[in-house]
Design a protein. Structure first.
Length: 264
């Protein structure tokens, strides 16, 4: 099943329940970007379409199992004149496995304006090396994404610089890229701290915030997006990193910030 198939399954379910196959796993759990996309989509369905998502935050409470129903409960916390605040929980059985908050806001007149952070100059995706999918070695979910390295190095290469990233898109192109698809794409990249390691080590996102930059340009299903992550701090088994996402024209799409636990 594709990412779009699973999002549509949630939309059509009267109880907002989805069962994802093992092809979407990351180790023993479902891919976090899929879980986040499902929780986001449930929240999106609770809000008027003219209110655009401004910020989305999620905490991964426990590993979500594949091939078992994930039920998503979303509710509006407050609807003001411009902003609607929504909460969602992802549950398996009676246990909360993920918790999310999102802010949806209408645009307002303002005198303030500043140009966004420009995209870095990198090679075109056609000139970049594609990250291979290696069965039994790569996480299963990686088969659904195409990543082309343009910045920094691969995980576990023992480098000492902070930046990592490149071009990204779905291998099976959806008709359009919606907000939930964008959430999944951004999380397809490995944590930016992993290239610092010389040996494989499990890692897990603890918290993640994604801010959307509006007005979002139209993004086709086969468009390449550019991702650049920078490690801010590493200590005591936790690390923090921030990232930017641009389209191929250099328009800023989203800002990301993650706290990741590495079990090295």
């Amino acid at each position: 099943m594709s990412f779009s198939d699973l999002i549509e399954q949630l939309r059509q379910s009267p109880i907002r329940e989805v069962t994802a196959p093992a092809s979407w796993t990351q180790g023993r759990a479902l891919f976090g970007g899929l879980v986040a996309g499902l929780l986001y989509e449930a929240m999106r369905l609770e809000v008027d379409a003219e209110r655009l998502v401004r910020s989305f935050s999620i905490s991964f409470v426990g590993p979500v199992a594949a091939e078992e129903p994930l039920r998503v409960e979303a509710r509006v916390l407050r609807q003001g004149r411009s902003v609607t605040q929504v909460q969602a929980h992802g549950l398996q059985g009676d246990q909360v496995m993920a918790a999310a908050l999102a802010s949806f806001g209408a645009g307002r007149d303002s005198k303030l304006r500043m140009m966004p952070v420009p995209a870095p100059e990198v090679k075109a995706p056609e000139e970049c090396e594609s990250a291979p999918f290696i069965p039994e070695l790569s996480p299963a979910f990686a088969q659904h994404f195409e990543l082309r390295w343009a910045i920094g190095d691969y995980p576990y290469t023992g480098v000492d610089h902070r930046a990592m990233g490149g071009w990204m898109r779905f291998r099976e192109s959806p008709e359009t890229i919606g907000d939930a698809h964008l959430i999944g794409l951004v999380d397809a990249w490995p944590p930016a701290v992993l290239p610092l390691l010389t040996e494989r080590a499990p890692s897990s996102t603890l918290t993640w915030t994604l801010d959307f930059i509006h007005p979002l340009p139209s993004i086709r299903g086969d468009d390449w997006l550019l991702y650049r992550a920078v490690v801010d701090h590493v200590r005591d088994g936790y690390n923090q990193a921030h990232a930017h996402v641009w389209n191929r024209d250099g328009d800023l799409i989203a800002l990301s910030r993650q706290t990741v636990v590495v079990f090295d």
